[in-house]
Write a protein that binds this ligand. Structure first.
Ligand code: NAP
Length: 275
C-alpha cells in the first residue's frame, strides 16, 4: 500500500514554524521584507504574486509590491532592482517570471544582489549550491527535499533519478540530492534507454514538463515518486508529469497534483526570506 505525501500539510507546518520565528524576531526588533516585482498583468503571474504576498502576510514578513506596466523598459526595471539592492530594510527581491519579451531575463536576474536573491536563480547562488557553500537554493527543488525529509524518507545512499535538467528545477534538484548523499543520475531529452534508468530509482523526481509522461513502465516497484509537473488538462483539471493512477499502486510513496510539490515552492520562498 502506498503513502501519499501531503505537500499541503507539510507546507503549512513550515509556514507555521516560520511564523513563530518571525514573531521571535519581531520581539527582538528585527523584521524581514520581501520586494515582489511584476511587469505586465499576465493573469497566472498575478495569481502567483498574490499568493506570495498572502504568505508573507500570514508569516509576518513585510512585502513591497511593484506592479509595473507591460511597457516598462529593461533599464527602468534594473534601476528599481538597484535601488532595492541598496535598501537596508529590504532583504529579499523577487522578479516574477516570465518577463515581457522585450526584457532580457538573464540581465534582470543578474542585477539582483545575490544576498537578496531569495529565488536562488543568481549564478552566485547556483555556484554556492554546487560547491556546498551556504546560499539560497531554488525553491521548488528545496521543497522536494523538505517533502522527503519530513516524510522520513532517507536520501543517503539511495539511487536518485531526476527526470529533467532545467536551471530552476532539474539541475538544482540534482545538486540538493547530492548534498544529501544520494547517488544521483540526471536524465533529459537526449537520454538513451530512459526507462532502464528511471527504473533503477529508489527516488524518482519527475520534472519533464509533459502531462502524465511517466506511467508505471518507468517506475521500479516500491520507489518513491515525486511529481514536480503542473498542467491543466482540457477539463481545466490539474495534473502532473506523472500518470498518478497508473503509477501510485507501484510506489511506496508518491506526491499528488495538486497538493504535492506545488504548495512547497511558496513555503520555501518564505523560508529563504527568513534566512
Ligand atoms: P523545462 O524547462 O521544460 O524542462 C523540462 C526538462 O525535461 C528538460 O531538461 C528536457 O530535456 C526534459 N525532457 C523533455 N522531454 C523529455 C523526454 N521526452 N524525455 C526525457 N527528458 C525530457 O521544465 P521545468 O521548468 O523544469 O518544469 C518541469 C515541470 O515542473 C513543468 O511541468 C512545470 O510546470 C513544473 N514546475 C512546477 C513548479 C512548482 O512549483 N510545483 C515549479 C517549476 C516548474 P532537455 O534539457 O534535453 O530539453
Amino acid at each position: 500500500m502506498y503513502r501519499i505525501i501531503d505537500g499541503k500539510k507539510i507546507s503549512q507546518e513550515i509556514k507555521d514554524e516560520l511564523k513563530e520565528k518571525a514573531e521571535a524576531m519581531k520581539a527582538r526588533g528585527e523584521e524581514r521584507c520581501l520586494a515582489v516585482i511584476q511587469v505586465g498583468s499576465d493573469p497566472a503571474s498575478s495569481v502567483y504574486v498574490n499568493n506570495k504576498k498572502k504568505a508573507c502576510a500570514y508569516i509576518g514578513i513585510q512585502s513591497l509590491s511593484y506592479e509595473l506596466p507591460e511597457e516598462t523598459t529593461e533599464e527602468e526595471l534594473i534601476d528599481i532592482i538597484r535601488e532595492l539592492n541598496e535598501r537596508k530594510d529590504v532583504n529579499g527581491i523577487l522578479v516574477q517570471l516570465p518577463l515581457p519579451k522585450h526584457i532580457n531575463e538573464d540581465r534582470v536576474l543578474l542585477a539582483i544582489a545575490p544576498e537578496k536573491d531569495v529565488d536562488g536563480f543568481h549564478p552566485v547562488n547556483v555556484g554556492n549550491l554546487s560547491i556546498g557553500r551556504p546560499g539560497y537554493a531554488s525553491c521548488t527543488p528545496a521543497g522536494v527535499i523538505q517533502l522527503l525529509k519530513r516524510s522520513d524518507i532517507e536520501i543517503e545512499g539511495k539511487e536518485c533519478v531526476v527526470l529533467g535538467r532545467s536551471n530552476i528545477v532539474g539541475k538544482p534538484m540534482a545538486m540538493l540530492l547530492l548534498r544529501e548523499n544520494g547517488t544521483v543520475t540526471v536524465c533529459h531529452s537526449r537520454t538513451k534507454n530512459l526507462k532502464e534508468i528511471t527504473k533503477r530509482a529508489d527516488i524518482l523526481v519527475v520534472a519533464v514538463g509533459k502531462p502524465k509522461f511517466v506511467d508505471e513502465s518507468y517506475v521500479k516497484e516500491g520507489a518513491v515518486v515525486i511529481d514536480v509537473g503542473i498542467h491543466r488538462n482540457d477539463g481545466n483539471k490539474l495534473c502532473g508529469d506523472v500518470d498518478f493512477e497508473s503509477v501510485a499502486p507501484h510506489t511506496s510513496a508518491i506526491t499528488p497534483v495538486p497538493g504535492g510539490v506545488g504548495p512547497m515552492t511558496i513555503a520555501m520562498l518564505m523560508s529563504n526570506c527568513m534566512m
